[in-house]
Write a protein that binds this ligand. Structure first.
Ligand code: CMX
Length: 435
């Protein structure tokens, strides 16, 4: 057993009595009330999910296992010569809450390598799809196609104690994570680089290997590490995390659950917003003949978008009420590596004027940028100009968080998720409109 799995088992055994006690002795204690606004309005703010892997404070932003983004980046072991941690170390950290040593990190790197070989049928399936299929559809299909390899399914069918469910969930999740970068890179090069492929280098860690397979030089290895970590987890209620959790709650395995979560990420109000940001920004620059706009031109374009009933992509958030620290982390990367890039300058101008416009518009509860407002600029700068692909990058990162979550879901025996729905008649009765 790897040190990671051994540590995880110890943590699970120590944690189980806490959940059992809460359920046995305090199950009737109220956590909050649900209003009619929340019942109709997408359950905003209803506290009915539990995760210890990350917590999203509306004003402070995300904390992974109690650490802010800068604290996480500072604490975890880094690849030699790199500014950002190993993704493998982050996986250890999200699963256990412990910062791994160099040696423990190296063991995870080796474990990922041992699992990284993508079965050939996955490529056959991708190649059989029409080439203009959206890369997110390809990504989801590739994940789902590997379901036949599920350890969870095999052991479930053989008869497995509930106490052991976490083990094959962990195994499937680790295998999936190890393979996703290669699948993402394959989709990219098949669709956008003339179907030419670069083999993986198994001496490299996940971030560097991804950069290698994408065919992009340094510091893209660090971009990959930063990007995957920043996009990994945003507590449990966002669409991709919640969908993955919901599907897994029916004891669907990690392949079914992650593929479903990726489908949720593909919506323009969620992960696809990073593609929309670039689409909006590029279209605008094209209209100006590639020149940077004046502040007045920019304000006019933003108002035109709002007046035509569209959202400004990359702005607003269901929980956050300040600038997303994931935006800030990427902005800091841009200030260091691409301060003079035209697109970065435009995105910075948008940051300067949009919050005031959204406040004046008066609808969005949060006028500040989210993670998607900045991420496309970096990818574009390093040559990934095919913005359809950006959400696949988001999905590769998001997998780290949601797979850690469903491993813990099984460890703590969280049951099938089944909230209750009521009718509009019933709501009108509760509101006193109807007798
Ligand atoms: N531009 C224009 N209007 C916006 C807006 C934006 N960026 N953000 C919110 N609004 C509007 C909403 O559409 C809503 O309008 P209606 O009352 O007409 O329906 C109103 O303001 C209130 O919405 P809210 O409570 O502030 O936001 P929600 O929790 O409903 O939605 C989100 C959150 C992110 C979907 C929304 O802010 C949005 O659509 N943003 C643009 C898309 C985007 O960037 N999504 C990525 C989010 C991060 C991620 O998951 O990847």
């Amino acid at each position: 057993m790897t040190k990671l799995k051994e540590t995880l088992l110890k943590k699970i055994e120590a944690h189980r009595p806490r959940t059992t006690r809460l359920l046995k002795e305090h199950a009737d204690v109220k956590v909050g009330e649900v209003t009619i606004g929340q019942a109709i309005g997408g359950a905003r703010g209803v506290k009915c999910l539990v995760t210890d892997i990350s917590y999203l404070d509306p004003m402070e932003g995300i904390r992974f296992r109690g650490k802010t983004i800068p604290e996480t980046f500072a604490a975890l072991p880094k690849a030699p010569g790199s500014d950002y941690p190993y993704v493998e170390a982050f996986w250890y950290f999200l699963l256990t809450g412990d910062v791994p040593t160099e040696e423990q990190t190296r063991e995870v790197v080796a474990d990922f390598k041992a699992r990284a070989r993508v079965p050939h049928y996955v490529y056959d399936i991708l190649r059989a799809m029409p080439r203009d299929t959206h890369p997110m559809t390809m990504f989801s299909a590739a994940i789902l196609s590997m379901q036949r390899e599920s350890q969870f399914l095999k052991r479930y069918n053989a008869g497995m104690s509930k106490m052991d469910y976490w083990d094959p969930m962990y195994e499937d999740s680790t295998t999936l994570l190890a393979r996703l970068p290669q699948i993402a890179a394959y989709i990219f090069r098949m669709k956008y680089r003339g179907d030419t492929h670069i083999p993986p280098d198994h001496d490299l860690d996940l971030g560097a290997n991804f950069a290698q397979m994408m065919g992009i030089d340094k510091p893209y290895d660090d971009v990959a590490r930063m990007y995957f970590i920043l996009h990994s987890d945003h507590e449990s209620g966002n669409i991709s995390a919640h969908t993955t959790h919901l599907v897994a709650s029916g004891l669907s395995d990690a392949y079914y659950a992650l593929s479903a979560g990726i489908n949720g990420l593909a919506g323009p109000l969620h992960g696809l917003a990073n593609q929309e940001v670039l689409r909006w920004t590029q279209a605008f620059m094209e209209k100006l003949g590639g020149k940077l706009p004046t502040e007045e031109q920019l304000k006019e374009a933003l108002w035109n978008t709002l007046k035509s009933g569209q959202v400004i992509p990359g702005y607003g958030h269901a929980v956050l009420r300040k600038t997303d620290p994931r935006y800030t982390a990427q902005r800091e990367f841009c200030l260091k590596h691409l301060p003079d890039d035209e697109l970065f300058k435009l995105v910075s101008m948008i940051y300067k004027v949009t919050p005031d416009i959204l406040m004046e518009h008066g609808k969005a509860k949060n006028p500040w940028p989210n993670v998607d407002a900045q991420s496309g600029v970096i990818q574009w700068y390093y040559g990934i100009t095919e913005y359809d692909f950006y959400t696949v990058l988001f999905g590769t990162g998001r997998a780290i968080g949601v797979l850690a979550n469903i491993t813990w879901d099984r460890a703590l025996g969280y049951p099938i998720e089944r909230p209750k729905s009521i009718t509009t008649d019933m709501l009108e009765e509760i509101a006193g409109i109807k007798k």
